[in-house]
Every structure is written in C-alpha cells, then in structure tokens.
Design a protein around this ligand. Structure first.
Ligand code: COA
Length: 671
C-alpha cells in the first residue's frame, strides 16, 4: 500500500491508517489506498471489521484542492464512498482533528463513527463555491434530518464532536485512545450486518422550512450559486430513492465545479494561505509577544485593543485626554458586552478581557509592552512626536507599530533611534472584526519584526498581507483610484445612487458614495484650507459632511437610510457647470468598467513597483479589508478571469490609457 497507508491488526479487527501530511487531503493515492483497504478486509477471512483512521494532526480534511481544476483521476471519491458503504463487513471511522468535506463524506459512508471529543465535523464546500459531491447531501439528511443538514452544508460551519453526537452524526465519543475505542466499537458491531446510512429515510419537511432557511440567511447567500444548489440537492434526498438522489447530487455538483465561483473561491483559499509566506522571512525567529500597548482610544485604538484582548493579550491603553480615555473604555465594554449577548463570547471571557486592559494617560506606562500600536490622529507631526517619545521609553526589543493608513513609515521610523523596530500595522475599521491587517515594511524594518507581525496577526485572527511603504499602501491607494472615478462619473452625470447600485449589484455591500458618507467626507478637510476644488469639498462647505451630519452625497433621516438628495445633486451639477463639463447619462456596464478596471491598473503598478509581492496579495487585501465579493476572487483574479487583454481594451474604450505595468502583464498573459 506504499507509505500512504498502514495496515495493522488488533485481533480480528483490521486498522487502516492513512498518512498524507499535513492534513490528510484525499489525494488520488489516498483514494486508491482506501479502496484497496476495503477490498483487503473483504478478502481476508479472519478480518471481521475494518477501522479507518488517520495519522498526524487530523482525519481527512477534505478533497485535495490541489487536484481541482485538473482532470479527475480514478478512483473517484464517489467510488471510494460507495465501496466503503457497500462493504460486507462493518467499517468504522475513527475521527480526530477535522473531518471536513470529502473527509466527512467518507465518515458518513462508514457504518459507524467514533470521534475524539475535540474533533470537528463539517461540510465546508460552500465556502469554495461547491457542495458535497460524494453522497454528502444524501447521507447527512438521513443521519441528522433536513434542518440540521441545511445548516451544516449551506452555512458550511463545522460542528463539534459532542454536538455531532447529540444530533446523531457520531455514534460515540472516545474515552481514552481513539483507535482502541473504534476497535471496541468494531468488535461489538462485527456480528451484525453493516448499518448503511443510505438505507435510512430522510424525512421530508414542508416547503416553509426551505423558504424560511433561505430568507434567514439571504444576506449571507447573496450572489452565491452554491446555497440554492445545496437546498435543491438536500430536498432530493427526501424525495428520491438514494441512487436517484445521488445522481441528482452529482449533476448539480458537477455544474458548480465547472462554474466560475468555484474557481474563484479556490483561488481565495490558496491566496489567503500564500499571503502568510514572505520570502526571506518564512520560518524566521519571531519575537515573544506577551503584552501590548495601544496609543489612542478612538474608534481604531479601541478596536485594536479589543482584538488583542480577545486573543488573551493584555493591553496598556494610552490616551492623553482622560475624557477620551473614558469614552474609549466605555466603547470597549459595550462591544464586549455585545459579544456576550450575541453568544460570541462567554461572560467570563469578556470579564477576563476587561480586566486585562490597563488604561493610562501616562505614556511611560507603555515601557513594558512587547508591541506598541500607535492609532493616534492621522497627522505626520503627531506621529513624529509620539514615535520620538516611544523610541526613548519603550523597552529594548519592543516593536513600535503605526496604524497609519497613508503616511510615510520611513519618516515616522526616522525620528526614533531604532528604525529596525518600526513597522506599519494597518488595521481596518472596526478593527476587532475586519480580517485584514496590512503589514508595512519600512526601509529598515528588521526581518524578525516582520515575522513577529505575521505571527501576531494569526494569533489575533487576522489575515496579514505585506505591503511596501508607499502612499496609501495597497488597499487605500487602489481605493483612491476608485473614488476618483466614482466622483468623476458623478460630475459627468451619473447619480451617486446609480453608481452605488452598480457596485452593490456586483457584490459589494456598499457603493463608493454610501461608503464615503459613512466614513465622513471631511477626513483631512478643514474649512480654512477648503478651495472648493472637488465635489467633496463643496459638499463639506455646504455642511454636508456625511452620515454623521445627516447629509452627504445622500440625505439621511432618522433611520440612517440614504435617500437621493436634490441639494447634493445641485451642488454636483453646479461644480460641473463651473468646470464646463457637459453632463450625460451613463449605462450600468460603463459604470462598472470604470469603477473596476482602473483599480486593476493601479494594482498592476503596485506590483511593478514592488509594493505588493503578488497579485493574489492584492486580492486578499480587497477581499478582507474592503468587502470585494469573494466569489469573484478579488480584483486581480477577476481581471484574469475576464482576460487582461480584454481589460486593457475596455480601459481604452473608456478613454483611459492602460499603464505600462498593466500592458506588460497583459502581454505576458496573451503570449
Ligand atoms: N487540499 C489541499 N491542501 C490543503 C487542504 C486541502 N483540502 N486543506 C489544507 N491544505 C493545506 C494548506 O494549503 C496548507 O498548506 P501550506 O502549509 O503549504 O500552506 C496546509 O494544508 C495547512 O492548512 P492550514 O489551513 O494552514 O492549517 P490549519 O491548521 O489552520 O487548518 C484545516 C487546517 C484542515 C482546518 C484547514 O486547512 C481547512 O479548513 N482546510 C480546507 C477544508 C475544506 O474546505 N475541505 C473541503 C474540500 S472540498
């Protein structure tokens, strides 16, 4: 059976242990070994039952995603599953770690399932734009009922072993050694005929159940093809005999697998893992982080504090103004309380987090922190004075991080005596929720400081992406390009509501104008310096500073819902008149092209300049920091799927010359 599988005996029980590090992905070799193992158990007369177990950290974590997109190789997973389920001798799954996707499908084909108490079981295919394709949608409703099956498959969230036991997905939780427990189960089952999941009945439920489920999760399912397919396939389990249901499942699965969403979401899966690999840094020694300091208790500083606290890292929170510090603490308490009431956190964990924050208005209290994140006002003079002080008072080896979103990190580092310790950690608001962390490497940032930042990011549940030091870094530099195009279109005659609708239909939660209103149009704006040279300035001059003032590009009444504004429209039209710009109507396709492709052009420049390491990093930034719809894979992937030569053609059609950087990528693409 080769290195991938070991065959051992425990009396009359055969134990087949598969070993395909790191996560026992179900590669072709694994599938072959499984089929062979079942055949061998059948052939050897003194074997009474078979236990299937995995070596290493986990049970099968799913199909081998690296084989996707290539021609399928035999035996297919369906054949493995049918072979196991059809075996004449009982087959028992011994589950530890994660049984995910095809891994759980194998487990459900087994006649009994014994799990370690810490195991997790799930069918996360939906997160890849897929659904289970090897009887999973037919087996699961037979084991746990339609409602639970809908939750597990369409939401893609794994269940714990104890919960799996309660709902009937697992037969037994192993006390003590897992394989021993599975063998004991095998012995007790050996004389009975195999208990096949397919022979059970999936009880039909009323249409209301499906309808309510879809409605309850409408927001989550928006834009995705897979949830509808999953619901149809689960329904088939209750309406059709097993074989017919399995065929229906296969047809639906193959359609999803060939579709663009699956390709895009697989790209996202690997892109997010790739982002953590920084050439020259990987595997490097990281510094020890036990305590953190945060400077500034505004929205950002509070959010960052919560992110640290939630990961069990105590925080000294510095804010010069005691009143602001008090407000910050109240906000932190409110968010943690909210986490408790929504069930995301236990009361004890929230109390523990709260007691681990040490508020102070004395900067010297930061002297013991291993990492200090400055989240003060976004002005160079303020940052310079803070970092000059930090350079003096922070302990040797402490990491000095700035949460700046636009400013020059090297200038900030330059005021300290230790620029090698300085790094950018750019969080996204709300910092306790948004997944993205842009890690900005300055000219002198030490490699171990970068390694530490990546490790820390993982610890606090963030996805880190490396960026070079350049205005706006990766995300905001591209955002600025989109904003410029959106505002230009508004001046040229598109309404903010039309532009927003187009981007929202593409899959963003919010279009550029709603987003601008929410963030505030007066970021960096002052009445003194305002010259009326952009529509934003003119709106601010008219007191329309965004949602907080009840007016921006839109009008806001009490419900904070945007309503098209005649006043804003008149201001924009006046601006166009002053500039001699003729206004005309736009069609939706043109708006979308003009929002997306200039961003991709900017992305190409970021790559050419070495600010972003890889195209997929740019995708990860936009997916996790700006709400780019995951099922399109991110800006650069979406451009690749569209075809880069086509993207350059469309830019030209808009009257925009593609950059050399984009032309080079496009030429490589068509070569
Ligand atoms: N196929 C191929 N490779 C896989 C894989 C799969 N199904 N699942 C994980 N890997 C790889 C990762 O790419 C990573 O490789 P790398 O070290 O070269 O980057 C490695 O296994 C470890 O994965 P990672 O996610 O970093 O580890 P983790 O301990 O945080 O999480 C899992 C482990 C199994 C929970 C997680 O990898 C996972 O959810 N995998 C996907 C499960 C899935 O969707 N299965 C259904 C497939 S249809």
């Amino acid at each position: 059976m080769g290195d991938i599988a070991a065959w051992t005996r425990n009396g009359a029980i055969a134990v087949l242990t598969l070993d395909n590090p790191p996560v026992n992905a179900i590669s072709q070799a694994v599938r072959s070994a499984l089929v062979e193992g079942v055949k061998r158990a059948a052939a050897e007369p003194d074997v009474s039952a078979l236990v299937i177990a995995c070596a290493g950290r986990t049970f099968f974590a799913g199909a081998d995603l690296k084989e996707f997109g290539k021609p399928s190789t035999e035996p297919f997973l369906t054949e493995v599953v049918d072979t196991i389920e059809g075996a004449g001798k009982p087959v028992i799954a011994a589950i530890h770690g994660s049984a995910l996707g095809g891994g759980l499908e194998i487990a459900m084909a087994c006649h009994y399932r014994v799990a370690h108490a810490d195991a997790r079981l799930g069918l996360p295919e939906v997160t890849l734009g897929l659904m289970p394709g090897a009887r999973g949608t037919q087996h699961l409703p037979r084991l746990v009922g339609v409602s639970k099956a809908l939750e597990i498959i369409a939401l893609g969230e794994p269940v714990s072993a104890p919960e799996a036991r309660t709902i009937g997905l697992v037969d037994e939780i192993a006390e003590g050694d897992l394989v021993e427990a599975a063998c004991a189960k095998a012995r007790s089952a050996a004389d009975a005929p195999p208990r096949r999941t397919r022979e059970r009945v999936a009880q039909p439920v009323s249409d209301d159940i499906y309808e309510q489920f879809s409605q309850r999760h409408a927001k989550k399912f928006r834009g995705l093809d897979a949830p509808k397919a999953i619901i149809a396939s689960i329904r088939a389990a209750t309406e059709l005999p097993f074989e017919d249901g399995a065929r229906r499942e296969r047809d639906i699965f193959l359609k999803l697998r060939a579709g663009p969403q699956n390709e895009a979401l697989r790209h996202v899966f690997f892109a997010e893992r790739e982002a953590g690999k920084v050439p020259g840094i990987e595997g490097g020694e990281a510094r020890v982080i036990e305590t953190a300091g945060v400077i500034g208790s505004g929205t950002m500083g509070s959010g960052i504090t919560i992110a640290f606290l939630s990961a069990g890292i105590p925080v000294t929170l510095y804010e010069r103004d005691p009143a602001a510090l008090k407000r910050g603490l109240a906000h932190i308490r409110m968010v943690l309380d909210g986490n408790v009431s929504s069930g995301r956190m236990t009361r004890e964990a929230a109390d523990r987090a709260l007691s681990a924050v040490q508020p102070t208005s004395d900067m010297a209290a930061l002297a013991n922190a291993d990492v200090i994140v400055e989240a003060a006002y976004e002005r160079m003079d303020i940052k310079r004075s803070i970092f000059a002080e930090l350079g003096e008072l922070a302990k040797p080896g402490a990491i000095l991080a700035s949460n700046t979103s636009y400013l020059d990190l090297d200038e900030i580092a330059g005021v300290t005596s230790r620029p090698a310790d300085v790094i950018g950690l750019h969080f996204f608001s709300p910092a306790n929720i948004m997944k993205l962390l842009e890690v900005v490497r300055g000219r002198e940032t030490a490699p171990d400081v970068i390694a530490t930042a990546f490790k820390l990011a993982k610890r606090i549940g963030k996805i880190a992406v490396l960026s070079g030091n350049a205005w706006g870094f990766i995300g905001n530099r591209m955002l600025a390009v989109r904003r410029e195009q959106a505002e230009a279109m508004a001046v040229e005659g598109a309404s903010p509501a039309q532009v927003d609708r187009v981007l929202e239909n593409f899959g963003f939660a919010m279009g550029p104008f709603r987003m601008g209103d929410l963030a505030g149009l007066d970021l960096g704006w002052t009445p003194e310096s305002s010259t009326g040279s952009t529509i934003r300035e003119r709106l601010c001059e008219a007191g329309r500073r965004g949602q907080k003032t009840g007016a921006g590009f839109y009008d806001y009444r009490d419900d904070r819902k945007p309503a098209p504004s005649q006043e804003a429209e008149a201001i924009i039209a006046g601006f166009a008149r002053d500039r001699g710009i003729t206004r005309s109507s736009f069609d939706d396709a043109e708006i979308l092209d003009r929002l997306l492709w200039p961003m991709v052009d900017e992305g190409a420049k970021l790559l050419a300049e070495g600010i972003a390491l890889r195209e997929s990093d740019i995708d990860v930034v936009w997916l996790n920091g700006y709400g780019w719809p995951r099922w399109t894979g991110g800006p650069m992937f979406h451009a690749r799927q569209t075809g880069l030569p086509e993207v350059t053609r469309r830019l030209r059609a808009l009257g925009i010359a593609p950059s050399d950087a984009l032309m080079n990528l496009a030429n490589e693409d068509s070569a």
